[in-house]
Every structure is written in structure tokens, then in C-alpha cells.
Design a protein around this ligand. Structure first.
Ligand code: CA
Length: 228
């Protein structure tokens, strides 16, 4: 069963989301505060995707996201943002979210986003085997892990997918559109900017000096290149 957590303090919005996700075939668990969401996730470790509202009484959605990511890199996280919270989008992504949806959103848009994250979480793709070794990096495609100089680097599923795409295409300039299509899927609704936000975060994890990246280099006006 595809289990999804919905954290939203406004009951009318929460019901709207829950009803539509259930209609789409998801097993939905609900929480109206950040504390409750963390508790529900502990009881439901098989949850695949969490939808987190940002403005909440008590701890906010960003803090919930941080706390989830501290122990769980596999779960997909989508932030629910209000239209006026443009900056919140970026901040939310930097703390470990995979995606964001701006309110008001249609049920179709929401389920498309959740579906995309579930696909990426690997539940439906055939198991991959093997390793890609490009010193100092070692990508294990069986365990979906990355090591740099033998030290494990914790990646989200999105970051892993980007790394894999890069390492399968060393030295090749990849456009932001190609990265978006490959990692998020061709039917993804979102914006190209999400590629940049995730790559900025990936650089923080893998580069020796973020100010002067040497592994993921920018191809100006086009996209990015993996190569050194
Ligand atoms: Ca709220």
C-alpha cells in the first residue's frame, strides 16, 4: 500500500487533500501539528511520502522536515506553500524537501506530484545492480548509496537520482530540461528552478569547496556537467 502522511492544521484543507489522495488509492495518515506528524511517522515507518504544511502552531513545517530528514533519507517530502511564500519554497528545499506545491492546488496536480515522488523512491522500478566507480566517488546502484573517499554521503532520493544521471554521463553537458525529465519524469508539472535548488544542495554535500565546484560544474545558460 502506498502510504502518505498529510500534515496540515487547517481541517478544511486537510480533508480536501486526504479525500483526494484516498480517492487516488493512497493509504493516508493525518496530523494537525508537527509533533503529531513526527509521532505518526514513528508509528508508520513504511510511509513513502509526507506532505508538510509550513505555517503551523508549534514547530513549523521546516523544522518537521529537518527532523524527518535527520533519520530518514528515503521518504519523499513535499512542502505545501502559500502563494506569498516564494522564499519559503527555496528554504524548504534547502532543509531537505524534494518538492513543493503552491496553494491552492488541484487534486490532479497534487496526486501527480505524489506519484512522481513515489516512482523516484524506487518502489516501482526494477532493482538495479552494480557500482559506478569514479574516484573519489563510488555510487552503489543496488543500495542507492554514495561514498566519497570511502565515507558515506547521505543523499535524498532526488539527490541520488541526479548523481546517478551525472555519473552515467561523465563529461557531458546536461541541460536543465534533460535533468528535470530524467529525475522528475516527463509528466512533471514543476519548474526548472527545482533542478538548480537541488544541485545547490548536492554541491554542499559533495564538493570540497562549494564556492568553486569542480565535480558538478555549471554550463552557463544551459545546465550542468559532471566531470573533472
Ligand atoms: Ca497552516
Amino acid at each position: 500500500m502506498k502510504k502518505v502522511l498529510v500534515l496540515e492544521d487547517e481541517s478544511s484543507i486537510r480533508s480536501f487533500i486526504v479525500i483526494n489522495l484516498r480517492r487516488a488509492g493512497y493509504d493516508v495518515i493525518e496530523a494537525e501539528s508537527g509533533e503529531e506528524a513526527l509521532e505518526r511517522l514513528k508509528e508508520n515507518p513504511d510511509t513513502k511520502v509526507a506532505l508538510l504544511d509550513i505555517m503551523l502552531p508549534g514547530i513549523d513545517g521546516f523544522e518537521v522536515c529537518r527532523r524527518i530528514r535527520a533519520t530518514n533519507t528515503r521518504i519523499g517530502i513535499i512542502m505545501l506553500t502559500a502563494r506569498s511564500q516564494e522564499m519559503d519554497k527555496v528554504t524548504g528545499l534547502m532543509t531537505g524537501a524534494d518538492d513543493y506545491v503552491t496553494k491552492p492546488f488541484s487534486p490532479a496536480e497534487l496526486t501527480a506530484r505524489v506519484d512522481a515522488l513515489l516512482r523516484r523512491a524506487g518502489g516501482e522500478s526494477p532493482p538495479q545492480t552494480g557500482e559506478i566507480h569514479q574516484p573519489p566517488f563510488l555510487l552503489n546502484t543496488r543500495n542507492r548509496t554514495l561514498e566519497k573517499n570511502g565515507v558515506r554521503i547521505k543523499l535524498t532520493q532526488v539527490e541520488y537520482s541526479i548523481m546517478r544521471y551525472f555519473m552515467e554521463n561523465p563529461g557531458k553537458a546536461l541541460s536543465r530540461e534533460e535533468i528535470l525529465d530524467t529525475v522528475w519524469g516527463r509528466d512533471y508539472f514543476g519548474e526548472l528552478k527545482i533542478v538548480d535548488v537541488n544541485i545547490r544542495r548536492l554541491r554542499l554535500k559533495i564538493e570540497d569547496n562549494v564556492q568553486n565546484p569542480i565535480y558538478i560544474t555549471t554550463v552557463w545558460g544551459y545546465g550542468y556537467k559532471w566531470g573533472f
